[in-house]
Design a protein around this ligand. Structure first.
Ligand code: ZN
Length: 390
């Protein structure tokens, strides 16, 4: 994992050289602005973010972005002190904003608007089929200058995914890249933070950085924005810095984020925006599958108004994350990419780190027989039920 090398680096070299060794580049300060739009930065909008950047230029009354960190993920890197001690690039008072599981329009849009209003930037770890369900929103997120990473195709637990794990990772990278309409970052977060040696190894071969967390909003446990607000501030009072985890499918986060960003500014916290040195690369076979999924979505949307209102692109029955209730309709198809293939990587069952093991929520029984259509009627609570955990 490179730990021994990094440990030696810390002992033998200065901190600056050590940072260089893991591929971190500090691009400079951009206080109060939507950051210096560094030419060629990955996942950034070039040119057409002008008006927004202007609106933020020179502002000292907003949270803004204090610095941009460019991360090289060549051969993989592990981030987030809750699970990995490898790469701590944050100084006292510095935070990184991350949002998982989306996009989901009712909650992602308020989150994006709050980030814009505070002239700050975040990283979104997007679920592949959520991207296919609403590619426009992924594109909008990218155009606003946020960093786009991935979080598997269907939020499957990678420890129990076996031979499906590789397809989960790759189809998400392809689908999110296509939905974004511009290069995305090779940044990955494991659903439920449930990593495995095998998939860490695989992601390294794909030059993907793996991001755990430092501070958890636990926003899936409450619908009360005040709870999210307090949870974050209490942890920050103690830890003083870190990678913050939110979910832009959660009403509590959508309700809390604007006030919370204001309070973080008041308390003197600084936002660090992570960008990737190189773009995520995709594999042609999964690009083809992602194209197919996106075309099917377009076709379905054209045929049925209901399709436009669906919040996720369906996956096959029986592949919900372990311990979750699958409220999806029964008769749906599995993308062939997720079928076992000879090149698939078998995930190993590492025991979960203690800090993140939590009892799952009680199963929620489906309210009624699933509809005949493969498209679900809109249900704002649906994703909340599906992704109650990381
Ligand atoms: Zn998640």
């Amino acid at each position: 994992m490179g730990n021994s090398y990094l440990m030696r680096s810390v002992h033998l070299l200065s901190a600056a050289v050590s940072l260089a060794a893991i591929g971190l580049t500090i691009l400079g300060h951009a206080s109060g602005s939507a950051m210096a739009q560094s030419p060629g930065a990955i996942g950034q909008t070039k040119g057409d973010a002008g008006p927004r950047a202007d609106k933020c230029a020179g502002r000292t009354d907003v949270l803004g972005v204090s610095r941009v960190v460019e991360i090289s993920t060549a051969n993989g890197q592990l981030f987030g002190q809750q699970q990995y001690g490898d790469n701590d690039f944050l100084k006292d008072g510095e935070i990184v904003l991350t949002f998982d599981d989306g996009p989901l329009r009712p909650y992602t849009v308020p989150v994006l608007n709050a980030l814009d209003a505070h002239c700050t930037k975040a990283t979104f770890f997007i679920v592949g089929r959520m991207a296919v369900a609403d590619p426009e929103l992924v594109r909008d997120t990218a155009r606003r200058g946020h960093t786009i990473g991935t979080h598997t195709w269907s939020h499957r637990n990678m420890r129990s995914a076996g031979s499906l794990a590789k397809g989960e990772v790759e189809l998400a990278i392809s689908a999110v890249r296509k939905a974004a309409g511009q290069p995305t970052a090779p940044f990955f977060r494991f659903p439920f933070l449930a990593d495995s040696r095998a998939m860490i190894g695989y992601l390294k071969t794909r030059d993907n950085g793996i991001f755990s967390i430092d501070i958890d909003s636990v926003d899936y446990r409450t619908k009360d924005p005040a709870e999210v607000h307090t949870t974050i501030l209490n942890q920050l009072a103690h830890k003083r810095k870190g990678i913050l985890l939110f979910h832009d499918i959660q009403p509590s986060t959508a309700g809390a984020i604007s006030g919370l960003l204001g309070e973080l500014k008041k308390r003197g916290f600084k936002v660090v925006h992570m960008i990737s040195k190189a773009p995520a690369t995709t594999l042609p076979e999964y690009d083809a599958l992602a194209d197919k999924e996106l075309s099917r979505k377009q076709l379905a949307a054209a045929k049925s108004p209901l399709a436009n209102r669906a919040i996720v692109w369906p996956v096959s029955p029986g592949d919900a994350p372990a311990g979750r209730t699958d409220t999806r309709p029964a008769a749906v198809r599995v993308p062939p990419a997720l079928a076992p293939s000879s090149g698939a990587v078998a995930a190993q069952g590492n025991p979960p780190p203690q800090a993140i093991s939590q009892p799952g929520p009680p199963p929620t029984a489906p309210a009624a027989a699933p509809p005949r259509s493969k498209w679900r009627a809109p249900d704002d609570d649906w994703a909340t039920k599906m992704f109650r955990d990381y």
